[in-house]
Design a protein around this ligand. Structure first.
Ligand code: RNT
Ligand code: ZN
Length: 417
């Protein structure tokens, strides 16, 4: 063991924390890496759909975006070498292997994702899945599953039914559940008169979709709420209250996206509330800046608080953590590396917390003592433990990984366009 590791071990031992235990917990923790940072949420349908729908917006035109499925896989495969641990890959339906054919969204089949399953096996990755309810002419008027036009909502119901079938197929192939997440952009720019009506339709559509039941070992369903989007400022059908009620009453997971709340709202505070009533949940770890901007995740207070709350709940094995950011203004592989590594570091810090001691101080009424211990933890040698984790996983350390990003940019990304 290196001197740096031994030093860190001693420092954490001073506060009663065993770093090996924390490293073991981190080894068992998986992020679900989103496939959509590599190509700015473009997908591989034919013809290419333009990004649109409920305020999903990428900005920037940094060179090197993945243009084909092969490039995307190459990029993600490379990014994974910079992210220590065993992780998952989160696919959107629009990233199927359609072999140049036009396949309507209500006609997607497991066969369109077979090559993903094969690739994922080679990479030792488990797959998660999402229906794609945006970037499509049938979503252009701002409604999908809550549309008052029966033909429109039936189309999206059929798409989502297919998407769940595909996720369950992943689950069977990989021998562990695939998480299917449902997010729709539905809402209005200005005040609608019939909020009740739209929400009633959404309940009916969802109930229809979830009629088909799959074993839990194949599929776990989540529903993702949102506060507002560009073009849905006044009203979002699938709000947090809506989906909380839906998830609790229908035994589904909620998906809390860190960008889908009021800017001063603490999303981490929701974890211990929801987990009183359901056993598992999904997170979309993102970094909103003034709005749902999907900035690259950084090691900041919001992220640390989230990781702490998940770990403190004791249900960290049942909290699925997906990443959801997309920045087209920087090297996209760097984005994956920085964002994923920040998230992992936050989870590591949470595993290194002397939680029981903090609770003891709190219960003894020694609140300043609790505060002081929390502050003491902030200057502990986390970086030493993190680098050790990277080395354990044959992954470059903090000082090293950007070299890999730059060389991939030079050798691969800069040759595109
Ligand atoms: C949109 C939601 C959703 C998407 C992805 C691409 O606001 O956050 O999760 O970002 O499905
Ligand atoms: Zn999200």
């Amino acid at each position: 063991m290196s001197d740096r590791y031994n030093y860190a071990k001693m420092r954490y031992a001073e506060v009663g924390v065993d770093i090996d235990e924390a490293l073991k917990s981190l080894s068992e923790f998986s992020l679900s890496l989103h496939c959509w940072q590599a190509d700015d949420v473009g997908g591989f349908e034919t013809p290419d759909a333009a990004l649109g729908g409920g305020g999903i917006q990428t900005t920037g035109n940094y060179p090197g975006k993945a243009r084909t499925l092969e490039e995307l896989r190459g990029d993600i495969g490379f990014a994974l070498k910079l992210i220590p641990g065993n992780h998952r890959l989160n696919l959107h339906a629009s990233y199927g292997d359609f072999a140049g054919q036009k396949v309507e969204r209500d006609k997607i089949e497991p066969k369109h994702y077979e090559s993903w399953v094969k690739w994922a096996k080679e990479q030792n990755l488990k797959l998660d899945f999402n229906c794609t309810m945006f970037s499509h002419p049938k979503a252009d008027d701002g409604f999908t599953l809550s549309s008052k036009d029966k033909a429109i909502r039936d189309f999206w119901i059929a798409h989502t039914e297919k998407a769940r079938e595909i996720a369950a197929y992943f689950g069977r192939q990989q021998g562990c559940p695939s998480v299917h997440n449902l997010w729709i952009p539905d809402g209005t720019k200005d005040y609608p008169a019939d909020r009740f009506g739209y929400r009633k339709i959404l309940v009916e559509s969802l109930d229809q979709i979830f009629k088909t039941e799959y074993p839990e070992k194949e599929l776990k369903d989540a529903v993702e709420s949102k506060l507002f989007g560009i073009g849905s400022e006044a009203f979002v059908v699938g709000s947090n209250d809506f989906y909380l009620s839906y998830a609790i009453s229908r035994n589904k997971m909620i998906c809390f996206d860190m960008g889908h709340f009021h800017p001063t709202e603490l999303v981490a505070d929701k974890v211990s509330a929801f987990l009183q009533f359901q056993n598992s949940l999904l997170l979309h770890v993102s970094r909103p800046m003034r709005w749902d901007s999907d900035h690259i995740v950084l090691f900041n207070d919001d992220l640390n608080f989230m990781a702490q709350e998940v770990v403190r709940s004791g249900k960290d094995k049942d909290v699925y953590v997906g990443l959801d950011f997309f920045d087209a203004s920087v090297n996209r592989i760097g984005a994956y590396a920085v964002g994923s590594r920040s998230a992992l570091k936050a989870w590591l810090a949470a595993y290194l917390e002397p939680t029981e001691d903090l609770i003891k101080l709190e219960e003894a009424g020694d609140n300043i003592g609790r505060m002081a211990l929390s502050e003491r933890m902030k200057s502990m040698p986390l970086g030493e433990v993190w680098d050790h984790f990277c080395e354990m996983n044959n992954t470059p350390t903090e000082a090293e990984y950007m070299k890999e990003v730059y060389s991939y940019e030079k050798d691969v990304l800069s040759r595109r366009n």
